[in-house]
Structures are given as C-alpha cells and as structure tokens.
Design a protein around this ligand. Structure first.
Ligand SMILES: [Zn+2]
Length: 450
C-alpha cells in the first residue's frame, strides 16, 4: 500500500494538534510531558509506507538531531534512503545524509552512506592493490571534506581509499588523475599543519591536515580531468611560472641557457669557449636523459662528440669532466631533479632572480621568480613544486578555510580564484557551507607529501 504525500501532510497537521493537547500535560506513547513528539514516533511516521516525502524527511532531519539518531540506528529507515534512486529526490537525500552522518557508528553503514552521497568507490583496492576501504574515522573525515567541495569537482573523483592508517600525519596521492589514496592517522584526525611544509606566516599554518590533504587531491582531480585552472596564464603569471618540457627538442638546452643567464658564476674553471659549449650540451643531455648520477660520463661523451677528446688521453679528459661537475651549473642540476625536493627551501643564492627545478621526476622543469616566494605571502612551501601544486594548495586553503583564513590568502591569488574558479561552481555551496575549521589541536611536528 502506498502512502500519498497529502496523507502524510495531513498526519503531520494532526501531530501539531496532538502536541497542543499534550502541552497541557497529557503524556501519550508518541509524546513526552512537554508535548514534544517522541523521535521514534516522528521517525516512524516519516518512513512508513513506500512513498517518501523527501522534503519533509530532510526538513525534519535538518532540525531534529534526536530523530537523526533514531534513523541512523534503524537499518529499515536508513535503507529506504540509500535504496532510493529517484533523481529528483537526490538533493533532499543528500541533505538528509549530511545530518545523519554524525550518528553512524558502524563501518558497513558508513560505507553505504558515503557511496550513496558521493558516488565514489571506496571498496578495498579501488585505487591500487595496496589500498583499502578507509575505516570509519577516515570515511567520516572524508565525508566532511567532500561535502564542502564543489559538487562538480567531487563528481570527477572515481575512487577513494586509505593506505596507511597509522601514518602520523596526512599524505595524499592522486593516480591516473581520477582516484585518490590517503595516508592518515585514524586516531588523530585533528592534526594541524604545523611547520614541515609551511613557514610560520604561511596561510596554511594551523589548518587541519587531513582536510587540506584530501581537498588538495580533489583539487588536482578536477583540475586535471576537467578544468585546467592551473594552466590559466593569469594564474601562472602570479609567480611567473615558466615551463620547460624536458624531453621536447631543444627545451633542455633552452633551460640550460636560461639557468646560465640567471646564475652567478655558472661555469667557473679553466675552460675555453669550445669546452664551455660542450659542457652546456652535456648539461642539456643530463636533463633530457634524467641521469644526474652519471653526469661525468655524459660530460666525457659530449667532449668527445665535440672533438675535445684530449688527444685520446682518457685521464686528462676525465679530470676535465670532473672539473665541470664541480661547477655551480652542474651542482645545481644534480640537486634540482624531481626526487630532490629542493623546492621545499630553495631560493639558491646563486640564482638571485629566478629558481629552476624539476617538479616531479619524469615531468617538466619549472622556473618562478624569487619575489613570488620572498615578497608575496604564500600558502605553503609546497606550492613551489609546480603550478599544479600551487593551485591545489590554493584550492585547499580556500575551500577548507574559514572566512577569516581566506583573508590570509595572498590577494592576487585570492582575487584570481574568486573571479575564475568560484564562479564556475554553480551550486553556490561554497558560500552556504561556511567552513568549520576544527579547533586547532596541538599536534606534534608532522610531515606530509602529496
Ligand atoms: Zn599535489
């Protein structure tokens, strides 16, 4: 038998009358002495029959935590929400779930609620074979993060898993641009950014690390899969990001020439012009072939190719190559590959205007102007890895930040973000869901990487 919406509304009107009479001190099985209808009775009324009044359900759950608790603990009620496939009801269902989530206390139910709410696969190994379904604290924490992010960004996320649940901090990784794994401390979801990836005045100091880590990764997913905001020329201009696609013909050499032009004493030694030219060729080859640890062999090769083989005297040639490896240019290249993390501190004194490094091993080299780091307030040190990270850190600071925290974002970035990214968020949820920054828990020095 089907309930109709109007019948249910009529029942609710009757309830009001019951309350009025109950307020005179009459206690009934459905109401307490004060005349408030008991949560069990309210829940039963909402979930009786097969035709749900979703607006009534979401309104009640939004305003009555006691009913939420009853519904969250009753599989029969909860399944009616989870099993509903009516697209028109989805907004009300989402609102309902948002109010129920705090009352969910078991893993299996939490998985169902999470999957229903976001359509993201959280099953074991959904991301990689070594990843698994997050335990309940991770799922709840993730729920609260995704809830605050633009819906059309979250929709780009296909799967979310946990990896190391005793990791004393938070660290996230995005794979194939659409799935995310997070390492986190399940017993301490309140760890805040306290210095390993930030300087003391950075905007991200004090922000919850789990929240910012996951938001950062979702920022990547939406950026890479759809929006390409991190490639917007106006955004790149803020730090004056310049890309060197290391394996594109001629680009490695261009990078070497630019480094030489910007470097204090790049190639000091007893070198003649032909040797300097061969050294630059070798430098480009090291970058292009990604072989920082065999620089001496590559220099020898370049010298021989240029007809500078020291008349076949291998000892002389090796000695010359070794001198070349000791120059500032070659030392810098060696310490600036993607696995060196030099962007953590950077601003090498021998590069007084611009820095040069590879963001990730196997990907582009980048340059930015020093003043972007030294004179403009930054979100974190991590943003200087590459523009994608610059964007993801900004994204996390903005969407996980309180209104006060947002004011700390450097004005050029904030202005660009609010003109370019925020207007694309058509559901207005970024205003609606005022960020609730958890009270900054005192956290030990932690580290993260992503
Ligand atoms: Zn990242």
């Amino acid at each position: 038998m089907l309930d109709s919406k109007s019948t249910k509304q009529a029942e609710l009107k009757t309830d009001k009358k019951d309350q009025d009479s109950a307020s005179k001190g009459v206690t009934t099985p459905e109401s307490d002495k004060k005349g408030n209808e008991k949560p069990e009775a309210l829940a039963a009324k909402l979930f009786t029959g097969n035709l749900m009044d979703w607006s009534q359900i979401s309104a009640t759950l939004s305003s009555n935590a006691k009913v939420c608790k009853v519904v969250a603990e009753n599989p029969e009620y909860l399944n009616k929400i989870i099993d509903c496939e009516d697209a028109a009801a989805k907004p009300a269902i989402n609102t309902s779930l948002d109010h129920l989530v705090d009352h969910i206390n078991d893993q299996a139910t939490m998985v169902k609620v999470f999957t229903k709410r976001f359509g993201v696969n959280v099953s074991d190994g959904a991301v990689q074979s070594d990843t698994k379904t997050m335990e309940i604290n991770g799922l709840k924490g993730s729920y609260k993060v995704l809830q605050r992010l633009p819906e059309q960004h979250v929709q780009r996320l296909k799967a979310l898993n946990g990896r190391n649940e005793t990791y004393k901090s938070s660290s996230g990784t995005t794979w194939r641009a659409e799935v995310i794994a997070v390492d986190y401390d399940k017993k301490n979801m309140d760890i805040v950014e306290s210095g390993d990836y930030t300087d003391k005045d950075d905007a991200m100091v004090g922000m919850n690390m789990f929240d910012t880590t996951l938001a950062h990764e979702v920022g990547h997913v939406a950026d890479t899969m759809a929006f390409q905001f991190s490639r917007d020329p106006e955004f790149l201009k803020i730090s004056d990001w310049t890309e060197y696609v290391y394996d594109r013909t001629g680009v490695a050499r261009q990078l070497v020439d630019d480094m030489v032009a910007n470097m204090t004493d790049p190639l000091v030694g007893p070198f003649d012009d032909a040797e300097l030219e061969a050294a630059k060729t070798a430098a480009a080859s090291i970058i292009k072939r990604q072989r920082p640890n065999s620089s001496q062999d590559i220099i020898v090769e370049a010298f021989e190719n240029a007809g500078l083989g020291a008349g076949g005297n291998q000892g002389l040639l090796t000695a010359k190559a070794q001198q070349v490896t000791q120059t500032t240019l070659f030392q810098h290249i060696k310490s600036s590959f993607g696995n060196s993390f030099c962007w953590m501190n950077e601003c090498f004194s021998y590069l007084p205007h611009r820095q040069y490094h590879q963001g990730y091993l196997g990907r582009s080299w980048w340059s930015y102007k020093n003043v972007a780091r030294t004179e403009i307030k930054k979100n974190s040190r991590y943003q200087f890895r590459d523009p994608g990270e610059d964007y993801a850190e900004l994204y996390a600071t903005y969407f996980m930040g309180t209104p006060e925290k947002r004011k700390e974002i450097e004005p050029k970035r904030l202005d660009w973000f609010e003109r370019t990214v925020v207007p694309q968020v058509d559901n207005g949820q970024q205003q609606q869901q005022q960020a609730q920054q958890p009270q900054a828990a005192q956290a030990a020095q932690q580290s993260k990487k992503k």
